[in-house]
Ligand binder design. Structure first.
Ligand code: GLC
Length: 744
């Protein structure tokens, strides 16, 4: 017996001691992050330091297998987890477990003006990414809406840096709460898809700091763990390894401790990439798996970098900084044992998708209160337009998804009204019959044998015989619509929709247009229709979200995150230029397109205000099924210094007969400044839900950030003494109250 016990206790001692043997610091979660990083770095060979910082496949990097430092798996995109692709191809891998929740476009999230929804959005997307074992989600896209023609506006947060910044910060926190990194993109001034690889954005410091960088800074301030450099050049150097943008501003002034990842194929030179602050290279053209040896070793930051270090061209210390960042990212994600397990296609995600869609829809016009649909007056509805039945979760570029399901608008209406209202559908025209993008099949065959004349005649017949017409207009995810890699070529709706809408409205005055797009379009027929809804790409729950708003189950509360221009010459990027830019041969970069941002800081409503233009609809505009009254704004100080906090209070009342939410906007106007400033700038907003008759005192705090402008000569944010105005608006053009104050 004794001997057995002796053996047992010896065994326990061994096992016990092995169990508690010195776990290397880099693997010990109880140790501080930076200690773990340094320990891992000290154990790595030069080859391992090179390999860990570039792709091994389309979307992954190798980690350090011999040290048990895991691979990093990235994936698109900002609105949902992209279906699995083959190792080194864009083509689908054909997995059966990678359908996802397609959340609404980020422009819809911006249109909700609800930071809490941004957290919900990011958290839900992060849970899907976590479940799919992704470490880095390649989003959010936060580029400013500079021209309505940009093919990727639908992926971004609109024209205003403050709104984009607030929503970005919350989205980042949501995603990263799952131990999944964001990769905020595309840094920076990447505002058109036309010639996106060769556009050289020539931007002043003021425009950079006041317009194009704030959303990225908000992401960094929210703790973003990685950032993606854009394809374009900025002031003559590629953005993804731009000395000024990456080394001086991002890593210098902002103290970013994460990883700078190139856009896929955005690297063109080893020396520039090494010295320009790029940390990880992805997507550089390789000839797939057919090349001699591993194509990834041919990356600019692979063998050429390795040899460069050996030859003393590049310092190992500089390389170590890049490696530290990748190790930090890995320990925050793949090596983070405390992260939750995520979930995929849960009911909670579907409800989040629907709620964000419902909160982002913008009611732009509602004559005769034709909406919500009246059950007594409306016994039949004609649904017209291709966008009533078109799958929109597929296409559009890297944000294309394999959604578990997608409720089309017509289906949403049929589900909502069942047989209480007779609904007929007419296509009206054949626009895009896209059947797949990157081999994600739409499972739709939208060919229609009828002639355009027959299609139109059938639509008009249906319209004539209905109590109400719902015309689903808009764009789609095909090239030259809302799609990566191409810009639109006109502000007009495609496929002859303008003429068809006019014809339909002529036979039935009770015509409502539901516009599905990610960006603004011209509306020459606006005066001829009774109501207009701006309904974005809403993902899985598209039809249910739209039907809920049309039926009045949900009171629309969205507000436009960008100006709805009536024509391109109302947009500074086109009026002042430069779009689409001027070709030039650069001795280093080759054939590029110089795009002078002559609009400078006057982007969106900043230009509209300056030139007193009347757009179709202004920034921040959106109606409700109820009405809101604003009382007089008051301010707690009339005088103070720039470091004081001024508090502005304004009573807002629901003066209508149904509950609703109102987005109260605070703009600040600096009445006298040594440098040009916009008439006013958004510096605060609050979404308040009010029952009929309810009043809430909405308060805003005004501090230095709300007052300052960027002085490029002093290279500093400055507040100049003088008179300011706090302007309370229901939109940028609907000013309800103004109160002035003095900065001594
Ligand atoms: C694309 C896009 C970028 C995307 C990446 C990976 O070209 O510009 O947004 O995340 O490549 O698909």
């Amino acid at each position: 017996m004794k001997v057995n016990r002796l053996i047992l206790s010896f065994a326990v001692a061994i096992c016990g001691s092995t169990a508690f043997a010195d776990v290397p610091v880099y693997l010990d979660d109880s140790k501080p992050l930076e200690e773990r990083v340094e320990d891992a770095l000290s154990r790595m060979t030069l080859k391992q330091k090179i390999a860990i910082r570039h792709a091994q496949s389309k979307f992954s990097s190798p980690g350090v297998p011999a040290l048990g430092i895991p691979e990093l798996w990235t994936d698109d995109g900002p609105m949902g987890v992209r279906p699995e692709v083959k190792w080194d191809e864009w083509d689908q891998a054909g997995w059966s477990n990678d359908s996802c929740t397609a959340f609404p476009s980020l422009t819809c999230l911006a249109a909700s003006w609800d930071p809490e929804l941004a957290v919900l959005y990011g958290t839900s997307l992060g849970e899907e990414a976590r479940f799919r074992e992704k470490d880095v989600m390649l989003g959010p896209g936060v580029n400013i809406y500079r021209t309505p023609l940009c093919g990727r506006n639908f992926e971004y947060f609109g024209e205003d840096p403050y709104l984009a910044g607030v929503m970005t910060g919350q989205y980042v926190k949501g995603v990263q709460s799952n131990g999944v990194a964001v990769c905020v993109k595309h840094y920076a001034a990447n505002n058109n898809e036309w010639n996106r690889y060769t556009t050289n954005s020539i931007v002043s410091d003021r425009a950079l700091y006041e317009i194009y960088l704030p959303a990225f800074k908000a992401a960094v301030d929210a703790g973003a763990w990685s950032l993606m450099g854009g394809y374009n050049l900025v002031n003559g150097q590629h953005a993804t390894y731009n000395q000024r943008l990456v080394n001086e501003i991002l890593k210098g002034e902002w103290g970013f401790d994460g990883v700078v990842i190139s856009d896929w194929g955005a690297v063109h030179d080893t020396k520039q990439a090494v010295e320009g602050g790029l940390d990880m290279e992805f997507g550089t053209g390789t000839d797939g798996l057919t090349s001699k040896g591993n194509p990834y070793d041919n990356y600019w930051l692979a063998n050429p970098y390795y040899n460069g270090v050996l030859e003393g061209k590049f310092s190992e210390e500089q390389l170590n900084d890049k490696v530290r960042r990748v190790l930090r990212l890995t320990m925050r994600t793949a090596m983070n044992r405390n992260k939750p397990y995520g979930s995929l296609n849960s009911e909670a995600h579907h409800q989040a998708c629907r709620r964000i869609g419902q909160e982002g829809i913008v009611l732009l016009k509602n004559d005769d209160n034709i909406l919500p649909i009246s059950k007594d007056k409306v016994r039949s509805i004609a649904v017209i337009g291709e966008n009533g039945i078109k799958r929109m979760t597929v296409g559009g570029g890297s944000s294309s998804l394999k959604a578990l399901y997608e409720i089309f608008p017509l289906e949403g209406l049929q589900a909502r009204y069942g047989d209480t209202i007779n609904i007929v559908y007419e296509r009206g025209y054949v626009g895009d019959t896209l059947t797949y993008y990157n081999h994600v099949w739409t499972k739709q065959h939208l060919d229609d044998p009828r002639s355009p004349e027959q299609l139109k005649a059938d639509a008009l017949k249906a319209a004539r015989n209905a109590d109400l017409v719902l015309f689903f207009s808009g764009l789609n995810k095909a090239d030259h619509n809302d799609a990566e890699g191409t810009d639109r070529q006109t502000l007009d709706l495609p496929y002859g929709q303008n003429e068809l809408i006019e014809a339909v409205a002529a036979v039935n005055p009770n015509t409502v247009v539901v516009n599905i797009s990610g960006t603004g379009v011209a509306m020459p027929w606006l005066g001829k229709v009774k109501a207009v809804l701006q309904a974005w790409y809403l993902g899985n729950e598209t039809g249910n979200a739209i039907a809920s708003v049309l039926a009045g189950d949900v009171n629309p509360s969205g507000k436009l995150p960008y100006t709805y221009y009536a024509s391109l010459d109302q947009c500074a990027a086109h009026k002042l230029g430069e779009y689409p830019g001027t070709p030039r041969h650069d001795p280093v970069e080759g054939d590029i397109i110089d795009m002078k941002y002559n609009d400078d800081i006057f982007v969106g409503y900043r230009y509209i205000d300056k030139e007193k233009i009347k757009p179709t609809f202004p920034f921040g505009y959106g109606l409700s099924y109820t009405t809101f009254g604003y009382g007089k704004a008051t301010i707690d100080r009339k005088k103070g210094t720039a470091d004081d906090i001024f508090t502005v209070t304004v009573p807002v009342t629901n003066t209508g007969d149904c509950a609703g939410s109102e987005v109260v906007q605070l703009y600040i106007s600096d009445l006298k400044s040594s440098l040009p400033r916009p008439v006013k700038e958004l510096k605060g907003f609050a979404k308040v839900r009010l029952e009929p008759g309810q009043t809430e005192n909405v308060t805003f705090e005004i501090g230095r950030d709300a007052l300052s402008f960027f002085d490029d000569k002093a290279h500093a944010w400055v507040v100049e003494p003088g008179r300011f105005e706090a302007i309370i608006g229901a939109s940028s053009a609907d000013i309800r109250s103004t109160v002035s104050f003095e900065i001594e």
